[in-house]
Ligand binder design. Structure first.
Ligand code: CO
Length: 181
């Protein structure tokens, strides 16, 4: 198992729609890949990670949500699609590809998602609240859509100076990690 480098805003792979997974082709390498994705996400305390965030052009994502008095809910979604959505949420969101940056994003309050799981079996997920938000955020990633592009134009323009500062900070973070110790 390994912790992978997470791609940051500005890297092209984040804004490209991912390729549908051929489950039989991926089956052999999938367990290790998923372990790496959960490790990578846990290392930075994330609740969701899409494959293209670690540089892989694959339509798959992992989600892990803490629950009260229960084990966290861990879920793998391969080739997910939103089947239904309803209601509205307007809450703060962050993204591992934008470390430190948060913005209020409009999302559906409830979603129904169809996907296949890590065993290759079809699943249907009915989610609301944080779980619904995470699913929509990760599905957007897989479509090459970043959360900030869900903001109205004016809010996006206002965020621009902050984004430039963040970008140079992320670059320094990456450079310091690459230096030999
Ligand atoms: Co994200």
């Amino acid at each position: 198992m390994a912790i992978k480098r997470i791609c940051k805003y500005g890297e092209k792979i984040l804004e490209k729609k991912t390729r549908k997974v051929n489950f039989d082709e991926l089956k052999k390498t999938l367990p290790l890949l998923l372990a790496d994705m959960f490790d990578t996400m846990d290392a930075v305390g994330g609740i969701g990670l899409a494959a293209n965030q670690i540089g892989l052009d694959l339509r798959l994502a992992v989600i892990k949500i803490k629950r009260e008095d229960e084990e966290p809910l861990s879920i793998v979604i391969i080739n997910p699609e939103i089947a239904e959505k309803s209601g509205a949420l307007y809450e703060e969101e962050g993204c591992l590809s934008f470390p430190g940056l948060f913005a209020k994003i409009r999302r559906a309050a409830k979603v129904k998602v169809r996907a296949i799981n890590e065993k290759g079996l079809p699943i249907e997920i009915n989610a609301e609240g944080l779980f619904a938000k995470a699913l929509q955020h990760e599905l957007d990633h897989l479509d090459g859509v970043l959360f900030l592009s869900r903001l109205p134009l004016l809010s996006r323009l206002k965020l621009k100076p902050a984004l430039i500062k963040f970008k140079s900070r992320w670059k320094k973070m990456d450079e310091s990690k690459m230096k030999p110790k």
